[in-house]
Design a protein around this ligand. Structure first.
Ligand code: PEP
Ligand code: MN
Length: 251
């Protein structure tokens, strides 16, 4: 069986000490990519990431031999991150992702074009917030149309907004495992699952991580913070590294 890809780390990069600590924990566990997001789409104004001034933190992570992963909002973010990380660390990979709220197909295509055929760059696309097979297919088609090498492309299921749908466990977003299976099969791409943004709480994350591991996902994206109580974003859904270790035992 193919090894599952694990992307873990803070929702957002907040400070140098937070990222140093996280990179050391990621290195100890040999995880595939450290989540260290520099840009954060938010529902309401607030901390929306360190932005470009955080690129030096990604470089630091890469120099420690850990592969960084960040959301990018516009193509110039992708260009700047790729250039900085690939030149600073000759062997690491970098993973960029397009988030659920970034539903402008010109931008999706252009980010895909920037990634293109870069050997050490992966692009992950998350599904849109509302449930629609057609729209989810469309995002992937737009990204492929942008000219990315499909070998550089991953998909991530982060659930759909529960508005009006049965939601007995109070998930932040409700998973649709069947739709994820259809997409994975149709495009023959690796499909990861994000129990953090689906679950929205520690209890739900553990439940969903376990449940989703019975489906054919190729990996997971999990939010882990050195001290979740003081996290600047998504404090309720970030695990400690100890909780992350416990989660890995049940998946
Ligand atoms: C994220 O992964 O940081 C995020 C905001 O999730 P989503 O785009 O799935 O809402
Ligand atoms: Mn988050």
């Amino acid at each position: 069986m193919k090894k599952k890809v694990i992307i873990a780390g803070p929702c957002a990069a907040e400070s140098e000490s937070q990222i140093n600590f996280s990179a050391r924990e990621a290195k100890k566990r040999n995880i595939d990519f450290l989540r260290v997001s520099l840009w954060k789409p938010r529902t309401k104004p607030g901390f929306d990431g360190l932005g470009e001034k955080g690129i030096s933190l990604l470089v630091k992570v890469a120099k420690m031999g850990v592969n960084p992963a960040t959301e990018v909002i516009i193509p110039s973010h992708a260009e700047k991150v790729i250039e900085a990380v690939l030149t600073a660390a000759p062997t690491v990979k970098v993973l960029l992702w397009i988030g659920a709220r970034n539903q402008n197909h010109y931008i999706q295509q252009e980010i895909a074009r920037v990634v293109g055929n870069e050997k050490r760059v992966l692009l992950m696309v998350k599904n849109q917030p509302w449930p629609s097979l057609e729209h989810w297919e469309g995002i992937i088609e737009h990204v492929l149309h942008g000219g990315i090498n499909p070998k550089n492309l991953l998909v991530c299921h982060r659930g759909f907004s529960p508005n009006g749908h049965p939601n007995p466990y109070g998930y932040r977003n409700v998973p649709d495992y069947e739709m994820a299976r259809i997409i994975k099969q149709k495009f023959d791409l690796s499909m990861l699952f994000d129990p953090s943004h689906t679950g929205g709480s520690i209890k739900n994350i553990l439940r969903l991580a376990k449940e989703s591991s019975k489906h054919s996902f190729d990996g997971m994206v999990i939010e882990v913070h050195p001290n979740p109580k003081i996290a600047k974003t998504d404090a309720k859904q970030q695990l400690t590294w100890k909780q992350f270790d416990d989660l890995l035992k049940v998946i």
